[in-house]
Write a protein that binds this ligand. Structure first.
Ligand code: FO1
Length: 317
């Protein structure tokens, strides 16, 4: 039997590494646990951007440039919505719309999100297991100098412009992990923290009671979402800065203090390898920018190699 891997993912970077892992592991050995703190209600629909991004990416259907939504998308719905004076700040494509409508209908009928996600993944040919972190409602609230904003209001409507002062994961304290989340972590030989935003993509998953504890009992390897002080995409570096922390792989290693055994950092940050190791985390220097599908597979292999190295030579306590 092969090595069982559970990956925690959110956002486009997370979906890309999950896709790389799916390419190098047998599907029965991979579980992807996805952030649902970005979910929101819009035009009467329940939208789950991170779950959908993972499913579309693994199905080979994701938009090649934005990374979210679908390739070959058309926008007749959104255009008509605009003509009617409806809100067009959040772009829902015609093909993508079917998933939101069906999910909302099934949620209203009382079905759990995890079952809806399982069926959608299966229908689109995704073989590894994709689990939302919880079937219960958790909503990321961004605390900014202008007051609190719901996540999509901050991220899409305000283009992550207001400076952040902190985050809240509404509903997390009373949320239960979705079925199989804790079990798949307990079964895992390796937990992977994808190169997702630590503050708003992975922290909401870790905030679901029982998840951080289960992760902390397993070997954990991450990939830094920060390269040369910048995020490949999105506000991760800006958030570190606004919170008074210099954005770097060292900051990422410290953010996951107590969880992380190894961190893959970009070759542009090779000079920071000793500082990462001084934080008690084994560093592996690799090209981490995922431009082409081959990059995703290579990075996935680098993660598995670092985990194998840690098994051979565990980090000093
Ligand atoms: N991100 C945007 O920046 N603008 C959008 O209009 C937008 C629409 C959208 C529709 C469906 C979907 O699944 C994702 C969408 N995203 C959009 C991405 C998403 O809001 C963010 O990438 C994630 O929440 C951050 O992880």
């Amino acid at each position: 039997m092969g090595m069982k891997v559970a990956a925690l993912a959110g956002g486009v970077g997370g979906a890309k590494l999950a896709d790389g892992l799916a390419a190098v592991l047998p599907p029965e050995d991979l579980t992807i646990i996805v952030n649902t703190g970005d979910d929101f209600e819009h035009l009467g629909l329940t939208i789950c951007p991170d779950v959908d991004t993972v499913i579309y990416t693994l199905a080979g259907m994701a938009h090649p440039e934005s990374g979210w939504g679908r390739r070959d998308e058309t926008w007749a719905f959104l255009e008509t919505l605009g003509v009617l004076g409806g809100p067009t700040w959040f772009r829902l494509g015609d093909r993508d719309m079917a998933l939101h409508v069906l999910r909302t209908d099934r949620l209203r009928a009382g079905q759990p999100l995890s079952q809806i996600v399982r069926d959608a993944a299966q229908a689109l040919g995704v073989r590894p297991r994709v689990l939302p972190m919880s079937d219960d409602r958790v909503r990321t609230i961004v605390r900014t100098i202008e007051g609190e904003l719901s996540f999509q209001e901050y991220f899409v409507a305000r283009r992550f412009e207001p400076a952040v002062v902190g985050f809240r994961f509404e509903g997390a304290a009373s949320a239960r992990p979705a079925p199989d989340v804790v079990e798949s972590l307990e079964r895992a030989d390796l937990v992977v923290l994808c190169p997702s935003n630590p503050w708003v993509s992975l922290d909401p998953i870790l905030a679901v009671p029982g998840v951080r504890e289960a992760v902390s009992r397993r070997p954990v390897v991450g990939v830094s979402p920060i390269i040369s002080g910048r995020a490949v995409k999105g506000p991760a570096a800006k958030m570190f800065q606004e919170l008074g922390i210099a954005p770097s792989p060292v900051a990422v290693a410290e953010h996951y203090h107590g969880l992380l055994a190894g961190l893959v950092i970009d070759k542009a940050d090779a000079a920071l390898s000793p500082a990462v190791e001084a934080a008690g985390v084994r560093a592996s220097v690799q090209p981490t920018w995922m431009r082409k599908p081959g990059d995703r597979r290579r990075l996935a292999r680098a993660v598995l190699e670092l985990a194998a190295e840690l098994r051979r030579q565990p980090a000093a306590p």
